[in-house]
Design a protein around this ligand. Structure first.
Ligand code: FAD
Length: 401
């Protein structure tokens, strides 16, 4: 391993890859991060960055850069269940607001931060092969836009290459807690639809939709229906999207007064965990763990993976711990932190009406500001659903209703 050119090669340079590369480079490791995209670059994803993601940016010294882009802060989350709306503050003292930055802006900021930290960044570089020798990943083979194929060696290849990860495909990691696609979502951007610092979402039978502000005075509106309706609705996405908004007439009225500025983009994603490490390889972000976008957790989950994985790799590179021990901790911590939200996300993504006990609880939360803030923090990924839905907490909320 002594003659490896890099300590780590990170494949993919967005929310998971660039922070992983940045954090490793800041600790003095020799890192190459590659992406077939050139930045700024958009991707198929909406981009609500909940307060935990904002807190990561603050820790990394990058929040001021995001604020300087003029991205409007979001201080209120409102959940309209039809008969009532739960409206609360999602933030903490550390990170009081959320943001909805365009990925063209956020991902570029992250790539630049990786380069500044000393990572070598190669944009427009496609990894075509992950080299496995004697059961261990040792290198990647790939090419830039000019087409010449090169092989680069590293002690560890980190797959930050998203749901269709070529690193994961090469190593075939164990998969667990798998669920199929549950909903399909479509989004676009509107001008003339002011949000006044609010993320708003509407829960309706077989439908869910949400809106929040982003750069350039635009508002993103995403909505979805059950995956089973994908085929039936795919020929008229706009008609079905607008009909869905009519289920919240006041909001539909606001959208009618607005102007659509971009085309519709849509997709559906599977839900899974993959074992995130093995000999010579690691996975971060969607490459290692993916869930439906209904709860918008992916970006801050990717940030958290980057921190956990970079810490574990640093321990392994410095000899403080064995690779297996450090990476087993990464997996354990990741899974423990995200599993309750994963379960809740999969439940919400069915778009089935809340069961009676949950309806009763939500009714009790409504109007109790402390409980509404706590609910907003659960949906923001600040507080674990396990804590909020614990018998003791539910009992307390019901008792004070
Ligand atoms: C419709 C939708 C809406 C969403 N909304 C939200 C939201 O509001 N908030 C939120 O937090 N999350 C949201 N998510 C989830 C979020 O997009 C992801 O969790 C997040 O982007 C994961 O980041 P990543 O870096 O792991 O992967 P990705 O963002 O997928 O980045 C992977 C990168 O790897 C590169 N790559 C892949 N293969 C190769 C290769 N062979 N060679 C070189 N480069 C390669 C790609 O070019 C890409 O740039 C949404 C997802 C979807 C699909």
């Amino acid at each position: 391993m002594a003659d490896n050119r890099y300590d780590a090669i990170v494949v993919g340079a967005r929310c998971a890859g660039s922070p992983t590369a940045m954090l490793l480079a800041r600790r003095g490791h020799k890192v190459l991060v590659v992406d077939r995209a050139t930045f700024p670059s958009d991707t198929v994803s909406t981009h609500l960055l909940h307060p935990p993601g904002v807190a990561s940016l603050r820790r990394w010294g990058l929040l001021e850069r995001l604020e300087a882009t003029g991205c409007p802060p979001i201080d209120t989350y409102a959940f309209d269940f039809g008969p009532f709306t739960i409206s609360g503050a999602p933030g903490t003292d550390d990170a009081p607001v959320a943001y909805g930055p365009r990925r063209t802006v956020l991902d570029k900021l992250l790539v630049d931060a990786a380069a500044e930290a000393g990572a070598e960044v190669r944009e427009g570089f496609t990894v075509s092969e992950v080299v496995v020798e004697d059961g261990r990943v040792s290198a990647v083979r790939g090419h830039g836009r000019q087409g010449r194929t090169v092989t680069e060696h590293a002690r560890v290849v980190v797959g930050a290459d998203g749901r269709h990860s070529s690193v994961a495909r090469a190593v075939g990691p164990e998969r667990y807690h798998e669920r199929p696609q549950l909903l399909c979502g479509y989004y676009t951007y509107w001008s003339g639809l002011p949000m006044e610092g609010r993320f708003e979402t509407w829960v309706r039978p077989d439908r869910g939709f949400a809106a929040w502000p982003t750069h350039d005075d635009l508002t993103l509106v995403i909505g979805g229906w059950p995956y089973a309706e994908l085929e039936a609705n795919r020929d008229d996405v706009e008609g079905n999207y607008l009909a869905m908004l009519e289920m919240a007439p006041a909001f539909a009225e606001r959208v009618r007064a607005a102007t659509r500025e971009e085309r519709f983009v849509g997709t559906a994603v599977p839900n899974y965990f993959r074992k995130p490490y093995g000999p010579g390889w690691a996975l971060v972000g969607d490459a290692g763990y993916n869930k439906d976008f209904i709860t918008a957790q992916g970006m801050h989950d990717a940030f958290r993976d980057a921190e956990l994985c970079a810490t574990a790799l640093d321990e392994a590179f410095s000899g403080a711990r064995s690779f297996d021990a450090a990476m087993a901790d990464y997996q354990l911590t990741r899974d423990r932190r995200v599993l309750p939200m994963y379960e809740l996300t999969c439940e919400l993504a069915t778009l089935e009406p809340p069961p009676p006990e949950l309806r009763q609880l939500l009714g009790a939360v409504h109007g109790n500001q402390e409980a509404m803030d706590a609910f907003a923090r659960v949906m923001a990924g600040v507080t674990s659903p396990a804590e909020f839905f614990s018998e003791q907490n539910v009992g307390r909320i019901l008792a004070s209703a």
